[in-house]
Design a protein. Structure first.
Length: 83
């Protein structure tokens, strides 16, 4: 093996959005994660809705915008057919 081509393996801290902190070793000094074993529904037994950055709301807004555009296009096509 060649020397000095591998990344350094250092002590690392993994931090979760819930505030849990885990000490381990990695090639990165710190990692940020969104969900861990302390707050994941599978391990806690509690069901909770995880909506990161309002994904459902963003999808519904896009869907409404698309439906409006399709309705306007259908209306324009109907006017063309009448002429």
């Amino acid at each position: 093996m060649r020397a000095a081509i591998h990344p350094k393996y250092v002590a690392s801290e993994i931090r979760c959005a819930c505030g849990n902190s885990i000490k381990t070793q990695s090639t990165r000094p710190s990692l940020l994660i969104g969900i861990c074993n302390e707050c994941h529904p599978f391990y806690t037994g509690q069901q909770k809705f995880v909506d990161t950055a309002g994904r459902v709301d963003k999808f519904q807004q896009r869907l409404a915008k698309t439906q409006q555009a399709q309705a306007a296009q259908a209306e324009a096509n109907a006017k063309k057919k009448k002429k």
